[in-house]
Design a protein around this ligand. Structure first.
Ligand code: NIG
Ligand code: FE
Length: 402
């Protein structure tokens, strides 16, 4: 049986763990069958012919990139808050004075799902131009039942129209909506938990997320939501310890969570708990940079304790106005001291793990989806060294050029 497609003359950064840095394979052939990687090896050992052969002239192939944390569906504009922050106000102060997430909520609630989806598709163009193949998108700017469902509908519309895979995350517990001011526990019980159950039942979301922070939800409220989400069969993840240590990373680890995100202020005990549960640490240098945070996430502890690190854009109109995953990888290296290999693992293998999709995507391995990025580069570090550089030659999704 011939393969559907064979890519020859390439260098592979398989991003598998093992002896070779980047899981590098030189002068390789990658064969595709039914949308999946069917064989990887040297040209002279190819076990069967192919219906189609593409010679890649020494280009590099990596897994298509994965952004495991974004807020790409939103309405409105908050560039005036950027100006206010430049004059000295903090992200927290702006959030507490009617700006921040609740401001975007007002704008988002006004817009039909198809309008939100169309805006999101435009934002996704910079991702695909950079070799991204999978993007997680959160709700969290609806904050009432119908508006959160409207956001999920927008995400589904994007899923059908975009040439990227989309993972939908329910983040109803993103902020306390104005209607529930002073009654955050009621909001969790009356809106977030029923929505999590509905999302699970109707297959509307792949995971449940929350924002555990002084300006949002307490660890106890987060715990109640997580109990309900897990009971409904949805995995959890958490915006944890971004501005203060509330023990959020430890909490999500206790639930076997997919990831703890931000984690600038996470304690060593929390990182130990993440190591024990296999919870990925998602670092978000765009938010660190744009909020002028000074406390870096505990990279050394994660390395020492063997916590997998992912890197994401956190794209949103407030704390992380950034649409470039390669820039996030660059910042993770420059601001936090990740190696290039750690940064690339953070936007491939470990990002897949943070989405619970590591059996399907994130590395070049036989059996996985043939989601590939083909690059005009001399080596993997070229992807991370530059800002604003897009050396993408092309992308394949499930084995087809897109
Ligand atoms: O991940 N931290 C909470 N949520 C976003 C900010 C969203 C916003 O400001 O609109 C974040 O940084
Ligand atoms: Fe976020």
């Amino acid at each position: 049986m011939p393969f559907d497609r064979v890519l020859t003359g390439a260098r592979l950064a398989c991003m598998t763990t093992g002896a070779a840095p980047y899981g590098q394979v030189d002068d390789a052939v990658l064969a595709i069958e039914a949308g999946r990687i069917a064989w990887i090896g040297p040209a002279d050992a190819l076990p069967s012919p192919a219906l189609q052969t593409d010679h890649l002239d020494g280009r590099w192939i990596t897994p298509a990139l994965i952004d495991c944390h974004t807020h790409l569906v939103f309405g409105g504009n908050r560039s005036d808050e950027f100006e206010r922050r430049l004059k000295g106000e903090t992200y927290t102060q702006i959030a507490q004075s009617g700006g921040g997430i609740n401001r975007t909520v007002k704008e988002t609630r006004r817009l039909p799902a198809l309008h939100l989806a169309a805006d999101t598709l435009r934002r996704l163009e910079t991702y695909t131009a950079e070799g991204v193949g999978t993007v997680e998108i959160k709700t969290g700017y609806g904050l009432d039942r119908d508006s959160e469902l409207n956001m999920l509908k927008a995400i589904r519309a994007v899923t059908h129209s975009a040439d990227v895979r989309i993972c939908a995350t329910l983040l109803a517990a993103h902020a306390i909506p104005v209607e529930y001011e002073g009654r955050s526990a009621d909001y969790i019980d009356e809106v977030c938990i029923p929505l999590a159950r509905q999302a699970a039942q109707e297959g509307l979301a792949d995971a449940v997320d929350a924002y555990c922070e002084r300006i949002a939800f307490s660890p106890e409220e987060t715990r109640r939501l997580f109990i309900a989400a897990k009971a409904a069969g949805l995995p959890v993840k958490l915006h944890a310890d971004q501005f203060s240590d509330l023990g959020g990373a430890r909490l999500v680890a206790e639930f076997g969570g997919l990831s703890a995100d931000h984690i600038e202020y996470a304690s060593r005990e929390s990182i130990e708990a993440m190591a024990a549960s296999g919870t990925v640490g998602v670092i978000l240098p765009g938010a660190f940079y744009a909020t002028r945070e000074t406390q870096a996430p505990p990279i050394e502890w994660m390395r020492e304790l063997g916590v997998d690190m992912a890197v994401a854009t956190d794209a949103n109109p407030g704390s992380s106005p950034m649409l470039s995953l390669l820039t996030a990888a660059n910042m993770a290296c420059v601001l936090f001291g990740l190696t290039v290999e750690e940064a690339l693992a953070g936007i491939t293998r470990n990002a897949a793990r943070a989405l619970g999709r590591h059996d399907e995507i994130g590395t070049l391995e036989v059996g996985k989806q043939a989601d590939l990025a083909v690059w005009d580069i001399e080596g993997p570090a070229d992807l991370v060294q530059w800002i604003g550089h897009r050396p993408l030659h092309g992308r394949l999704m499930a084995g087809e050029w897109v």
